[in-house]
Design a binder for this molecule. Structure first.
Ligand SMILES: O=C(O)CCC(=O)C(=O)O
Length: 258
């Protein structure tokens, strides 16, 4: 992680890295999603909350089963657990790290509902969710890496952030949370397949209604310090057969906290 990248991550709470993932891996992810499409279910949660600007009858579909899909379909999702380009970033931002939850897939069709904006120091009071800078170093807890599998261009919607929101000390104005005002403060993160977005969970972020004709597909990988657990004993409870089948390096990021 360069000094410039550290500066901008500390300033904004997120970084966009271009051309991180090999196009073949993206292609294999998309083929696997096509193959398992009928198992990617509508999420029951109304992520838009009370927002009138982010709601729609078209609902988000999610899966967290990709790493347990049959070979070869699980393979690209497993590879992304410990991507070599991302390791130095996660180490710099978190220190010794492990996966915090299972990797997640979000699928959104045209008109699909978004997710209200969340983050900031008050939404994220737990030490396991906060951002700190101390002794010349970044100490971030829950850290997300997002891998888009489809274009997210200007006006398409999808991932959006309030730069610097990880340091916000006051409550998020409700109209901002619901994306019903202050839209100029919100940056739609434009990315292409192969890019990676790293952001602190504390950075105020959410999802804008998906406006593009093509389907939005994005992967979220979450990491936390080795001494924390977001999901109790992730290796023990998450698809045990698949855990046995991982490489030692992949298994290492699923160990319980220690
Ligand atoms: O849709 C996205 O990319 C962001 C999703 C999100 O904000 C979340 O899952 O907390």
């Amino acid at each position: 992680m360069t000094d410039d990248e550290k500066y901008f991550f500390d300033l904004n709470g997120y970084l966009v890295l271009r051309k991180v993932v090999d196009p073949d891996v993206i292609r294999c992810c998309n083929e696997a999603i096509d193959r398992y499409d009928d198992q990617i279910e509508v999420h029951e949660r109304r992520f838009e909350g009370e927002s009138k600007a982010l709601t729609s009858d078209v609902r988000q579909r999610w899966s967290d089963a990709m790493v347990a899909w049959q070979r070869p379909y699980c393979e690209p999702f497993r590879q992304l657990m410990v991507h070599p380009r991302l390791k130095p970033y996660l180490r710099q931002i978190i220190g010794d790290y492990q996966m915090a939850t299972r990797p997640r897939l979000i699928v959104m069709d045209k008109g699909c509902a978004g997710h209200y904006l969340h983050g900031g120091q008050l939404d994220r009071q737990s030490y396991s969710l906060t951002y700190h800078w101390k002794f010349g170093q970044i100490y971030n807890s829950l850290t997300l890496v997002e891998f888009p599998l489809a274009d997210e261009g200007p006006g398409d919607g999808g991932l959006a952030v309030v730069p610097g929101g990880h340091k916000a000390n006051y409550p998020i104005p409700e109209a901002l949370r619901h994306y019903e005002a202050f839209q100029d403060e919100v940056v739609e993160v434009n990315v292409r397949p192969g890019d990676a977005v790293i952001f602190a969970e504390a950075t105020i972020h959410g999802t804008l209604v998906w406006r593009a004709d093509h389907q939005r597909r994005t992967l979220l990988y979450s990491y936390c310090p080795r001494y924390q657990a977001r999901v109790a004993a992730i290796a023990a409870v998450s698809h045990p057969p698949y855990v046995q089948d991982l490489t030692p390096e992949q298994r290492a990021v699923l160990r319980p906290p220690h």
